[in-house]
Design a protein around this ligand. Structure first.
Ligand code: TYD
Ligand code: MG
Length: 455
């Protein structure tokens, strides 16, 4: 067999190189490039097919034991995002921008889990114990039996975990941890990977749950949480806008529960408090129905959530009109503008378009298409939608409206919040009477005619 060419990678940024050099072109780090050791070169230089490994014990699909019970924290928003509580021997990554409130959330979660009888250890690599204690006092958590350490040496942490045998360990943050077996700086891709690998492997082996905190970083020196996403069972992102009080914990991957589930919290002077009714919160700043404002009845995970789309359309002073989107996908906006122009003959050339989801919420459902189109048209025509109306529906490139999932849940939530009318695509099942007037349309042109006159 032909011997494969050697390959190299940078231990600081992870970039692959075909030859060794003193400085990595990708990140500029010196002396960080090392040769990859291929898996196929076994101990005696044998290739994989020749090398003798151990035979793996095989088992049936059916031979599983009953799943171990989950531990609930009692913090409902967190438990739901986890899929109903913490699974023993699982690894969870909590990512988010610096300063968004990850340490606050996890300290509160640690206290809750500890109060439920779970032996909990909180390791901070960023703050001194006195700082964490001060925060705990502020949050009123000093009574909780959480064991605290300020440490960044992975070997010492693993030794301690081995001796203490906690059921839950929280590592804040993975980027501050360093392993003496890896020769690059803390926060580099290889350190972050090594630390995450060691901790998750330890957790699996010992039946301990581990929560890793990862800062989302701008492209640059330190590795973001993405480099460890594949190693863990559950990936949660803690997001929110700095200027807004509320924070959303979103499951983007969960081996033990539904992904796309969200938990909503509010940042207060006394820490994070749960928001039981997010729709009411997202709509709280809404005044009378105004041009450009449309309420979308969405679904986040298993829960209906209403939120407001706001659009502004104005003649542009520039040669190239602006398209600015906050909280929604820019590509999707371009598509809807194109469909409005091509199928309904409503051009947006020469007009700046601004689209915003009120309150800092992020929406990714295609079911919001019709609400976006309605907001754009309403802003363009300077005509408000009928009051107490919610809108949802997916728009196809042909201009047809497609039915969306969980219509009934969307309608019930809207009805609960005092909405009386819903504009929705034809098709889709509504079995019970939801107490709302339903306006159904099959395509965008009909919708435009119905809501905005001739368009
Ligand atoms: P923190 O949990 O330290 O963020 P992260 O770990 O994600 O970097 O949160 C820091 C912010 O939270 C800080 O700007 C202050 C704010 N905060 C409150 O508003 N109330 C509180 O009770 C606490 C502890 C923090
Ligand atoms: Mg922190």
């Amino acid at each position: 067999m032909a011997k494969s060419a050697p390959s190299f990678h940078c231990t600081a940024c992870g970039a692959a190189h075909s030859k060794w050099s003193g400085r990595c072109d990708a990140c500029g780090e010196w002396n960080a490039i090392v040769e990859d050791t291929p898996l196929s070169s076994g101990p005696a230089g044998q290739t994989l097919g020749q090398a003798k490994g151990h035979r793996i014990a095989l088992t049936d699909l059916a031979a599983q034991e009953a799943p171990p019970p989950r531990a609930a924290s009692g913090l409902g928003e967190l438990d739901r995002v986890l899929g109903g509580g913490l699974v023993p021997a699982s690894a969870i990554l909590v990512g988010g921008d610096p300063g968004i409130g990850k340490s606050t959330l996890l300290l509160q979660a640690a206290a809750r889990f500890a109060a439920q009888g779970l032996k909990t250890l909180y390791v901070s690599g960023e703050e001194a114990t006195a700082q964490v204690q001060l925060r705990a006092r502020r949050l009123g958590l000093t009574g909780a039996p959480v064991q605290l350490a300020a440490e960044t040496n992975l070997r010492d942490i693993l030794t301690t975990l081995d001796a203490e045998k906690p059921q839950l360990a929280i590592i804040d943050s993975i980027q501050t941890m360093w392993s003496d077996t890896v020769g690059s700086a803390p926060g580099s891709v290889s350190q972050v990977r090594a630390a995450a690998h060691e901790l998750t492997a330890f957790a699996k082996r010992r039946g301990m749950a581990v929560i890793l905190v990862g800062h989302v970083t701008k492209e640059g020196q330190i590795a973001g949480p993405r480099v460890v996403e594949h190693m863990v069972d559950t990936v949660l992102y803690f997001e929110g806008e700095r200027g807004h009080q509320f924070r959303i914990l979103r499951a983007v991957k969960n081996r033990f529960g539904p992904a796309d589930e969200i938990g909503v919290f509010e940042m207060t002077g006394g820490g994070l408090s749960e928001v039981a009714n997010p729709s009411a919160l997202f709509l709280s700043e809404r005044g009378q129905s105004a041009p450009g404002s449309v309420v979308f009845a969405g679904i986040e995970g298993t829960r209906p959530v209403l939120c407001e789309f706001q659009a502004l359309v104005a003649p542009t002073p520039h040669s190239q009109p602006r398209r600015t989107v906050v909280g929604w996908d820019g590509g999707r906006l371009a598509m809807i503008l194109a469909v409005l122009e091509a199928r309904c003959g409503i051009p947006f050339t020469g007009l700046d378009v601004y689209l915003n989801v009120a309150g800092g919420m992020k929406i990714s459902e295609p079911a919001a298409d019709l609400a976006v189109a309605a907001a754009l048209l309403s802003a363009r025509e300077d005509a408000a939608l009928p009051p107490e109306t919610v809108v949802f529906g997916e728009i196809s490139l042909s201009g047809a409206l497609r039915p969306v999932s969980q219509m009934e849940n969307r309608l019930k939530e809207a009805q609960k919040l005092g909405f009386t009318t819903a504009i929705a695509p034809t098709g889709g099942k509504v079995t019970s009477d939801v107490g709302m007037t339903l306006t159904r349309t099959g395509d965008l042109t009909a919708f435009v005619g119905e809501i905005f006159g001739a368009g």
